[in-house]
Design a protein around this ligand. Sequence first.
Ligand code: GUN
Ligand code: ZN
Length: 429
Amino acid sequence: MTLLILGQTLAFEADPFAVPPEESARHASRGGVLVEDGIVAALGTADDLRAAHPDARIVDMGDALISAGFVDCHAHYPQTGMIASWGRRLIDWLNGYTFPEELRFADPAYARAQAELYLDLTLSNGTTTPCAFATVHPESAEAIFAAAEARGLRLAAGKVMMDRNAPDGLRDTPRTGYDQSKALIERWHGRGRLTYAVTPRFAPTSSPEQLEAAGALWAEHPDCLMQTHLSEQPEEIAWVRGLYPDDADYFAVYERFGLAGPGAMMGHAIHLTDRERAAILATGSGVAHCPTSNTFIGSGLCDVAGLKAAGVPVGLATDVGGGSSFSMLATMRAAYEVGQLRGHPLHPAQLFWLGTAGSAQVMRIADKVGTLAVGMEADLVALDLAATPVLAQRTGRARDVWEALFALIMLGDDRAVRQVWAAGKEVRP
Ligand code: GUN
Ligand code: ZN
């Protein structure tokens, strides 16, 4: 079945950190996206595509902007129920709010309900692909994979591995963590649109033996992703220094255990030494920038412009529930504000690219999703630039698409998400 979606279209053709941002994308004010068998088959003007494909089913989104769906490269779906928890820094926040909620995922029925709720929230915000941490319970990973499969979503996830510094009921062992993760890889990795991410939570909650097992597992399944946390808060970094006194720094711990390289996704990466920056770059590891989380938990300001200028792959992420929103528009807004505080305000093209193609790049799926281009999977979002009175007024005065997009980023929310497609199928809840 052929589908022709009409509206404004925005198609990135280059990395806006590498070329002048305004020249990184092609914008059509009356464009179209032809979808065949879930794949983008053609892009062009609405008139040309209509004439060439008279039998296509037409979905006319009017003036809405059709873009690649958002890709959130770091989130904790089990933290949906404790998002917006007040007043603590990372370690107390984990112990006081996060771990008690994650304990509830021992109940598979609760895990299934929260997985559905989480996907309802991400899809209604235009996110077509999340990369999610589950909890230590294998059933929690089962729940999110099964929910994503039923909706036809491209998604990555992994069971958290943690064998120390966590409460009873929330620890595995080097052996069980390895075995359970391996069984999940065999069941889910590469099935349909699903990817497994080997998921040691972070160095403080894994023994050296467990990090070694995680590295061995990833080496045995190198086309899986690897996700963890790095250098989010100074107290955490000091803790890692105490737990791993023989390693040069925090990132060196991951390097020693084979947990660096393409497809390794470091959440946060705020307080880096020069050696760590160089090693992240040299190993080809990626960074998940989580700006709402970094301000919410009081972690600091990630140097996105510096990392990108150095050549480090960077994606954008909500980090729900350390992050304060399910919306990638809100996350772009926070990335802009973090950039302002660092003296590098990001251009709207850069913000949008980070939340689509940039995240796809760190997840190694940039050949499949994250860009509106022929041959890509038709994971799309239609964004209403006039969704609210103030947004309508502001975008109505915009001189070009970038000004309109910036207003959408600063003022937009899920009311602007008119429709969402996964592989060409409408999936907005
Ligand atoms: N570091 C280790 N676990 C977590 C988590 O769940 N959230 C955040 N923000 N940082 C972490
Ligand atoms: Zn996180």
